[in-house]
Design a protein around this ligand. Structure first.
Ligand code: FES
Ligand SMILES: [Fe+2]
Length: 354
């Protein structure tokens, strides 16, 4: 895809052509954007079980991985090196990994340990009988894993902004988890997330909780940060001295990391959305809730998440129908309200598809 497809100047640029949201071949070609950093788990999810298969990553990019907390936390292939059976099927805390097919066992660092009926095999075991390791990054208690070519994310810059939240101390609350199926292309979900422009039209309840005039969108290499300001007297972050946003009433930090991860920080904790592409016209949205202060969960912009989600899904599914129209191909961006969507489309257009 040529970079000029989306003009650098938002005042001139036109949006992605509608075929990007409908065409099967285009959908397949774009799957390579999912080989970079992907959210794996929050550290609290490893407190109960030390072995954690990453089913959502397998659904996103086809790679079956397992996250293991032993002396340190590592990520390796979840595919048996004998004939390819997947090893862990649910979270557990076993002392080693044993394949259910023919009994091959591995230690918790992914090293081959034992295999019945292989005494006569020559040059066995070898390095290729161990489980392949994958890169793992921990940021504010959130683990990310990647295939070989992971794009860099400015982790330190983001930590300077969000580190005060102490997200590593949050705890996973399964009652907040959701798994929604949406009849729309995964990029429509992201497009919608990356602008607050629609809030007054689509989200009347959220519009009451946020000061729309103060809504801020900041773009950076690898993502977008949106900042929702609280209306007077509503729940807001207690920012420490010297914080870049000190003096402002902030109700929510909405962090998006390319291409499909959304970290919504509220005073009560973190609501995470991971978008899973299914087909050109279908995606799944996984929700995970990580709680800091449950007493704040019923207040402010972070208290009406299910209502807002229903409203967003209704709009996105409608737009997907619009993408099939022969009368519509491309639109324009609001230079003051759609910088995030423009940035996403620029990132997509500059991605090396090969
Ligand atoms: S596939 Fe795992 S032991 Fe055979
Ligand atoms: Fe929305």
């Amino acid at each position: 895809m040529s970079e000029e497809l989306i003009d650098l100047d938002i005042r001139l640029a036109r949006t992605l052509p509608s075929r990007f949201y409908t065409d099967t071949e285009q959908f397949q070609r774009m799957m390579s954007v999912f080989s970079g950093w992907q959210f794996a788990a929050h550290t609290s999810e490893l407190d109960t079980h030390s072995i954690h298969p990453l089913e959502h990553i397998e659904a996103i990019n086809g790679e079956s991985l397992v996250l293991v907390r032993n002396e340190e936390t590592i990520c390796f292939s979840n595919v048996c090196t004998h004939r390819g059976m997947r090893l862990a099927h649910e979270s557990c805390s076993k002392k080693n990994l044993q394949c259910r097919y023919h009994g091959r066992t591995f230690t918790l660092d992914g090293t081959f340990k034992h295999m019945p009926e292989f005494e006569q095999a020559i040059d066995f075991p070898s390095q290729s009988d161990n489980l392949k390791h994958f890169p793992l990054k921990q940021w504010m208690g959130l683990y990310f894993t990647a295939q070989e070519k992971a794009q860099d994310i400015p982790w330190e810059m983001l930590e300077e902004r969000l580190g005060f939240l102490k997200a590593e101390a949050f705890t996973h609350d399964v009652r907040r988890d959701r798994d929604h199926s949406v009849k729309a292309n995964w990029m429509l979900y992201v497009d919608n997330y990356l602008e607050g422009f629609h809030i007054p039209f689509v989200h009347p309840e959220l519009n009451q909780a946020l000061d729309y005039s103060g809504y801020v969108t900041e773009t950076f290499d690898g993502g977008v940060l949106q900042i929702g300001k609280a209306i007077e007297g509503d729940v807001k972050f207690d920012l420490p001295l010297g914080h870049p946003d000190q003096g402002q009433d902030i109700a929510a930090y909405y962090l998006w990391l390319f291409p499909n991860m959304m970290f919504n920080f509220y005073p009560w904790g973190l609501s995470l959305n991971v978008v899973i592409p299914v087909s050109p016209t279908q995606c799944r949205i996984l929700y995970r809730g990580y709680v800091n202060d449950p007493a704040l969960a019923s207040k402010g912009a972070g208290s009406i998440l299910d209502i807002v989600e229903d409203q967003d899904q209704w709009v996105i599914e409608d737009v997907q129908k619009g993408m099939a129209s022969k009368a519509y191909d491309r639109g324009r961006y609001s230079p003051t309200r759609e910088q995030g969507v423009h940035h996403f489309h620029r990132m997509l257009s500059s991605f090396n598809w090969e």
